[in-house]
Design a protein around this ligand. Structure first.
Ligand SMILES: [Mg+2]
Ligand SMILES: [Zn+2]
Length: 173
């Protein structure tokens, strides 16, 4: 159990939020995402996306479309995402994987042997970061001004994570 990871939400965190993104042309990275994630990856974090895609259960798109979407996102990011975990269910299915439930997180931690206490969670909604549990994971929300994404948000996130990691490693707190 040695790996550490940044768990990422997808819509509104890595790419622009769309109302049930269902066209490839709508996939657009948020500003600063690639640079930030590249930096975090090179400092030893796995990058793992955890995403609710109830559009599958609602019939707006299928699993194959979501898979293709993730391949495209990863290509845009230079292939640095290690894995994608998807909840395809609708809210009324009461599954154990739809965030804020932590099924996706548990599955990811198991597959990649992740030490959650030295991992982070980044999302744009409280339901993303609510899945952190007793393991003492750290979490950060993407900055928003109303419904608008703050352009320096990813810079701020990287700074916070790096500063905290440095303190943990060298100052021991
Ligand atoms: Mg989101
Ligand atoms: Zn689910």
């Amino acid at each position: 159990m040695r790996n550490r990871a940044i768990f990422l939400d997808r819509d509104g965190t890595i790419i622009y939020e769309r109302n049930y993104l269902s066209r490839i042309a709508e996939i657009k990275l948020l500003p600063g995402t690639k640079k930030a994630l590249t930096l975090l990856k090179s400092s030893g974090f796995l990058l793992i996306v955890l995403t609710n895609q109830s559009g599958i259960a609602r019939g707006f798109f299928d699993k194959k479309f979501v898979k293709t979407t993730h391949q495209i996102i990863n290509r845009k990011l230079g292939g640095i995402i290690d894995d994608f975990f998807v909840c395809p269910h609708s809210p009324d299915a009461h599954c154990s994987c739809r965030k804020p439930k932590n099924g996706l997180l548990r599955a990811a931690a198991k597959r990649w042997r992740i030490n959650l206490s030295s991992s982070w969670i980044v999302g744009d909604k409280l339901s993303d970061i609510m899945i952190r549990n007793k393991d003492g994971m750290s979490s950060i929300l993407i900055g928003k001004n109303g419904s608008h994404y703050c352009s320096d948000s990813w810079n701020r996130i990287v700074k916070t994570i790096m500063k905290t990691e440095y303190r943990r490693q060298y100052v021991g707190r």
